[in-house]
Structure formats: structure tokens, C-alpha cells
Design a protein around this ligand. Sequence first.
Ligand SMILES: CC(C)(COP(=O)(O)OP(=O)(O)OC[C@H]1O[C@@H](n2cnc3c(N)ncnc32)[C@H](O)[C@@H]1OP(=O)(O)O)[C@@H](O)C(=O)NCCC(=O)NCCS
Length: 155
Amino acid sequence: MGIEFSVREFDISDKPRVMNLAERLAHVLVNGIYENAMRERCRFMTEFEKTILVEDSSYLTYVAVHDDDIIGFVSGYISQSDFFASAIYVKEEYRGQGIFSALRNEAICYARSKGLKNYVSKIFKTNKLAICAETKAGSNIMGTEEDMLLLSYPL
Ligand SMILES: CC(C)(COP(=O)(O)OP(=O)(O)OC[C@H]1O[C@@H](n2cnc3c(N)ncnc32)[C@H](O)[C@@H]1OP(=O)(O)O)[C@@H](O)C(=O)NCCC(=O)NCCS
């Protein structure tokens, strides 16, 4: 049986814990892909920090909470008429229990409420797990951009 968790909007007091998860995500994303992994990790973190601090309804982050612990997040923004999911991470020990799906659903509800057309994501071609999760959830592969796949889910 899966664990009990809830999904809610990011609050500024969550920042240290979400940044900690983002560090782990950056590690997953760049290791083995970029020659200068450290530089790419720093770049990702700088951009990510800016994104979560923007007080603008076109940016949003949702967190999954279990026993007062933040165990995952999804972060994204509105780009023209689409919602672009820029970062998703679930703590390793909580994977396979529907947490990604719940976070993704919250982002989709938000995107629909804004009248957006597609839920878009870009995933490294080597990230088979994330590609599998996204396609199983209904996203279509639209093409490639360098070493990434572009996926889109019609809202
Ligand atoms: C990709 C990731 C977010 C999935 O999170 P999760 O909470 O484990 O996913 P869920 O439990 O909601 O599962 C969603 C689907 O993914 C698939 N999946 C999840 N874990 C899997 C595994 N270990 N093996 C195969 N498929 C798996 C399942 O098909 C599942 O669909 P189902 O519910 O119909 O069975 C998580 O593995 C992760 O954080 N990875 C590292 C960060 C990352 O790669 N982020 C994406 C790029 S930004």
C-alpha cells in the first residue's frame, strides 16, 4: 500500500527543502551528460532558485508532503499558450507510489484553469524512467532538441 501524502502550493518557508531536492535533481540531470557537470549543476541551481522565487502567477511550484517532510516537487511556467514543466523530482525512497502522478495532476489542473493548451516537458533521451512515466501519463513525443526529447500532453 502506498504512503499518505498531500500536494500543495510551494510556500517560501519550503525553499531550503525544495532547493535540497533540486540539488539532487541537478545531479541526476547533468551527471554523465555534461563534461563539466559541476558548472551545469550551478547553472541549473541558479536558474531554479530564480524560478521558485518569482511572485508571478505564470510560475508555479507544487510540493508533495508526507509527515511534514517535502518528498517531491514539480515546478514550471506558462510559455505562450502552454504550461512548461521544467523540473520534477521525487525522493528515491518514495518513488513508485504515484507521487509524480499526483504532482503532475496538480500542475495540469492549474494549466487547465488558465485555459492553456498543452502540458509540455523536455526530458534527456537517456532518462528512460522519466520518459516512461510521462508517456504512460499520456504525453506524446513531439521531437528532439539536441540530447532531449520534447513531449506534449493536450489539455
Ligand atoms: C521520474 C520520477 C519523477 C517518477 O516519480 P514517481 O513518483 O516514482 O512516479 P509514479 O509513482 O507517479 O509513477 C508514474 C509512472 O511511472 C512509471 N514508473 C515509476 N517508477 C518506475 C520504475 N521504477 N520502473 C518502471 N516504471 C516506473 C510507472 O509506469 C508509473 O505509472 P503507473 O502508475 O501506471 O504504474 C522519479 O523517478 C524521479 O524523481 N526521477 C528523478 C528526477 C527526474 O528524472 N525528473 C524528470 C526530469 S525533470
